[in-house]
Structure formats: C-alpha cells, structure tokens
Ligand binder design. Structure first.
Ligand SMILES: [Zn+2]
Length: 379
C-alpha cells in the first residue's frame, strides 16, 4: 500500500498519552516554526521570480508554496489540536479556520493582471498562515490536553468534546451515538464499537454529518445535529461500516456482493424497458400534481426508448429515458439500497449496513449481506 504522507503526522498526533502528545506536538510545532522563519526568504524569492517572469508565474509559485503546506499534513495537525487540546473559544475559531483553510484547493486558473494584485493575495495568505501557526503554538504551550477532563462513555464509545460544546449540544450527540450503537448491537456487529468519537465543529467533507478516517481509525461527528438526529444515526452507522470493512480479511466478498446487485439491477432494467405493457399511452400524467403529461413514446434503433413529456402548467417539453420514467412511476425498483450505493463496492456495503441497522433491508438483501460479511471474515 502507498503510504500517505499525512500518515506520519497523523501517527505523531494520535498519542498514547497526553504527555506524549505534548512532547510530539512540540517537535512538530518546532518544525513548523523553522518553516515559518523561512517565509521571508521565500517572499524575496517570489519577488525576484515575479520580476523575472511576470505576475502569473508569481501566483503559480504561491500555489506551490501552499501545496507544500498541504503535503506537510497541516490539516491533520490542526484537526489534531482540536481533538486533543482544550482551548479558548477565540483560539478554537482560528484553529478550525486553519483546518479548513489548509485543505482548500486553490485554482491555478485564476488570472492576475498586475504584480500588485498578486502581492496583495500573497501577503494576505502569508499573514493568515502566520496567524494560524502562532495560535497553534500558543494553544500547545498553555493548553490542557483534552484527556485530562473526563469524557462520557456512550454506547461503548468515549465521546471527546473537541470543540468546547455546551451540554445541550452534547446531549443531542450522545443521543445519536447511543442510538447508532444500539442498532448495531441489535444486529450483532459489536466489533466496531470501541474507541473515541471526536465531536468537532466542522468536517473535511463540508456537509457530511460524520466521517471515518481510515488511516487514523478515527471517528468524527459534527456537533450541531439538532433536527437531524435520524440522518446522523444513519451516517454514524454508515461510517462505522467502513471500520467493519477494514476488519474483513477478504475484501473480494464485498466486490462480489456489489457485482451481484449491479448485474441484477441491469437485468431488471433491461427486462422492464423491453416490456411494452409498461410503456405509457399519450395523455398519461405523473409527477407532482400530475404535472407531466406523456405526448408520445419514441423508439429509435437499439437505443433506450424515450418518453416525450409536456408540463401541463408551464408547457415546457422534454423527455424521460424509459428506465427513469419507469422508476418515477413505480414500475421499476432499483436493486441498490440507495442511489449512493451505486458508487462502488465499499459505499454499497456501508449503505447496506446502514439500512440493515435501520431495519429497512429486505430479507433477500439481508441474506446476501450476511453472506458477504461471513465470506469477508473468511468464515
Ligand atoms: Zn462511505
């Protein structure tokens, strides 16, 4: 397996003890300190480069420089600070911003017309990064490692409040975690229930409610879940299914499961499309308030037939490929448990486990999921 450069830093940031964490982080911050001291030099170099090559080249240098920071695993570093240190609310804000900011991709297609414009952009970034580093150092110097405060154990997980969230906010998270844990125990997958769940302000994938980081074997959950308990429970189970997947000694079992379902899905689709008794007559209406009216069915050559439609209210016209029409009218059911499950064997597995724990899986799917798990375990 290729080693992710982030991994070394992640290892350094997942400490066996708070004391060890402080020692390791001090070393890492030391490295960053050196890096920060080199910045003025870099600035002069960029100046020189811009004079020689023009503003666009200067912007590209800036991108390279930011890329270096990303490769250093700075996101993991800042995220590590958030999960390991108690800090003042104002510092937390800065570190959260840092964790997001170092991860952002910068477009290389931005065009700058003047050197002044580039200088402005460059100096703004530089100032920001210096501030991030300064606050990070401060947090480590005066902060208390989070492990020193008691964390509640919920449903077999230790909940780490990595954002200084209020008891009310934490109560909602506790509810989500305890429901997720119970639903997994109920179906008998207890092996994934261990370790910490880090409660954080924001996740790398912006809108996600929870995230499982494979190399760290770490679970993160968003703090603000009010009104989204149901989807959050499902997401936590989905993410822990990725942990279960990591425990399987035979990953081909999940590939086989995926291909079985994919094949079945294709067969069903093909059969439904070919069944002319399912094709609509002109005048058939469907959709919200029956807004779509079928005007004709078009069949050209070997391609999928098209259902031509007209919107009865605003008179727009268009067409549905037959398979989509049949799905929209309930005459064709996807074999995948969700649309997202189509993505790949791994996501299909996680989606199936989530549906299983929510008691929404058909007997047939439950049977093939169980078979895949036992094959995966080498049983
Ligand atoms: Zn997933």
């Amino acid at each position: 397996m290729m080693r992710d450069p982030d991994e070394d830093i992640l290892e350094r940031l997942s400490p066996p003890s708070p004391e060890e964490a402080v020692r390791r982080d001090a070393r890492l911050t030391g490295d960053l300190g050196c890096q920060a001291q080199k910045l003025p030099e870099l600035e002069r170099f960029v100046e020189w480069f811009a004079d020689a090559q023009g503003p666009q080249a200067k912007y590209e240098r800036l991108l390279t420089w930011l890329g270096t920071f990303q490769r250093m695993g700075l996101r993991a570093f800042f995220q590590g600070l958030l999960t390991q240190y108690e800090m003042l609310a104002k510092d937390r804000k800065v570190i959260e911003q840092a964790a997001r900011d170092v991860d952002r991709r910068y477009s290389s297609r931005v065009r700058f017309r003047t050197v002044g414009h580039v200088n402005g952009s460059y100096l703004t970034r530089l100032k920001k990064f210096r501030k991030f580093l300064a606050v990070a150092k401060q947090v480590i110097a005066k902060g208390k490692p989070i492990g020193t405060t008691a964390c509640p154990v919920v449903g077999g997980f230790k909940l780490v409040n990595a954002g200084g969230f209020s008891p009310n906010v934490m109560r909602v998270v506790e509810d989500v975690v305890s429901q997720a844990s119970k639903s997994m125990r109920d179906v008998g997958i207890e092996s994934v229930i261990y370790g910490d769940i880090n409660v954080v302000g924001s996740l790398r994938r912006g809108k996600a409610l929870a995230h499982y980081d494979v190399p760290q074997d770490a679970v993160f959950i968003r703090a603000n879940l009010r009104g989204r308990v149901g989807p959050a429970v499902r997401t936590v189970v989905h993410e822990l299914a990725h942990r279960l997947e990591k425990m399987l000694s035979n990953p081909y079992a999940l590939t086989r499961l995926y291909h079985d379902i994919q094949e079945e899905d294709e067969d069903n689709t093909e059969r439904a499309i070919a069944d002319r008794s399912l094709w609509p007559d002109p005048g058939f209406t469907f959709g919200d308030d029956g807004k779509w009216e079928v005007t004709s069915v078009e069949k050209r050559g070997r391609g999928e037939p098209r259902v031509r439609v007209r919107n009865r209210f605003d008179h727009r016209t268009g067409y549905y490929p037959m398979a989509r029409f049949l799905k929209a009218t309930g005459n064709l059911h996807a074999s995948f448990v969700t649309e997202y499950a189509r993505k790949n064997p791994s996501e299909n597995f996680a989606e199936m486990v989530a549906a299983w724990c929510a008691d929404e899986l058909s007997d047939r799917d439950e049977a093939r999921l169980l078979k895949a798990i036992s094959e995966g375990l080498g049983a």
